[in-house]
Design a protein around this ligand. Structure first.
Ligand code: NAP
Length: 283
């Protein structure tokens, strides 16, 4: 049976460490790191994520302000709020909770956030920094995966890392980060042929597909490390990942559960990015 990679415990430990760093930063500089979170509309999942972020900020000593905007907010109104926050010295990080209502361009809104306050690392300027390996912020979910691998002593260098999924927020940056750590990386997607033949070669398999129990045991090599980024809600309301956890844990060397794996790490990495943004603002 595999080692269960405990994202909840790891994120608690990392938040504890971060709290100490934030206390020290505040006493040295007199500056409290500040995060603005904007949510537009009534998506219930987004509302839960935003509440989690508020609670996490409070727990580590980050000042947070949440802007809850109505579904019918116009793109210009949202852009005006971002511009105001870009100029607000008490705010070091700005996060616009996605998805946005369909009448608002996510691309335009992301582009309007100051790259220095873009703690999600979605702005093209920050994506470019990641490509050349010279960055301040990493996107939270892939960074959380890397932190789990590091804290569990899982070496990436020389390993065949297979990422299923190529979204801008998970799959693509995940592939870049594994490459930066000297993994040999294969990225798979919906047009990939013979997917199982490729995933069976993976020493480290990252699933970011968005399909419940998509990765079956026969797609996994004995002794592989399996990281499940997926969050899927089943008909009975329970959460499940992209990996058939019960079957795959019998084959893998280590595996992340859902919930309690990658999910808790995402918010933790956002908090780290906010402290980084506050430090950078003083340079
Ligand atoms: P996404 O934008 O929908 O991307 C899904 C990716 O999976 C796409 O690249 C797609 O390929 C690929 N895919 C779909 N069907 C496939 C198939 N049959 N075979 C191979 N590849 C296939 O999703 P996302 O935003 O990356 O999120 C992925 C999952 O992670 C979701 O469950 C999401 O809820 C979860 N998530 C979790 C966290 C967290 O904090 N843990 C954060 C973000 C996302 P194409 O590009 O060809 O369409």
């Amino acid at each position: 049976m595999a080692i269960i990679i405990d994202g909840k415990a790891t994120s608690l430990a990392m938040k504890e460490e971060l709290k100490g760093k934030i206390d020290a930063f505040i006493s040295q500089t007199g500056v409290t790191p500040g995060l603005a979170v904007i949510i537009v509309g009534n998506n219930p999942a987004s509302a839960v994520y935003v509440r989690n972020k508020e609670n996490a900020c409070a727990a580590v000593g980050i000042h947070s302000e949440t802007f809850r905007l109505a579904e019918e907010t116009t793109e210009e109104e949202l852009l005006a709020l971002v511009r105001k926050l870009n100029a607000d010295e008490a705010i070091h990080g700005i996060l616009v909770q996605l998805p946005l209502p369909s009448h608002i361009s996510e691309e335009k809104v992301i582009a309007s956030i100051s790259p220095k306050k873009d703690v999600d690392a979605f702005h093209a300027e920050n994506v470019g920094h990641i490509m050349i390996g010279n960055y301040h912020f990493l996107p939270c979910t892939p960074a959380g995966v890397m932190a789990l691998l590091e804290r569990y002593g899982i070496e990436v260098a020389g390993k065949h890392c297979v990422v299923i999924g190529r979204s801008n927020i998970v799959g693509k940056p995940q592939a870049m980060l594994l490459l930066e750590k000297n993994g040999t990386v294969t990225v798979c997607h919906s047009k990939t042929k013979n997917l199982a033949d490729i995933t069976r070669q993976a020493d480290i398999l990252v699933a970011a597909v968005g399909r419940a129990r998509f990765v079956r045991a026969d797609m996994v090599k004995d002794g592989a490390v399996v990281i499940d980024v997926g969050i899927n809600r089943l008909a009975d309301g329970t959460l499940c990942g992209d990996v058939d956890f019960e079957a795959v844990k019998e084959k893998a060397y280590a595996i992340t559960p859902v919930p309690g794996g990658v999910g808790p790490m995402t918010v933790t990495m956002l908090l780290y990015n906010t402290l980084t943004a506050a430090k950078e603002s003083l340079k």
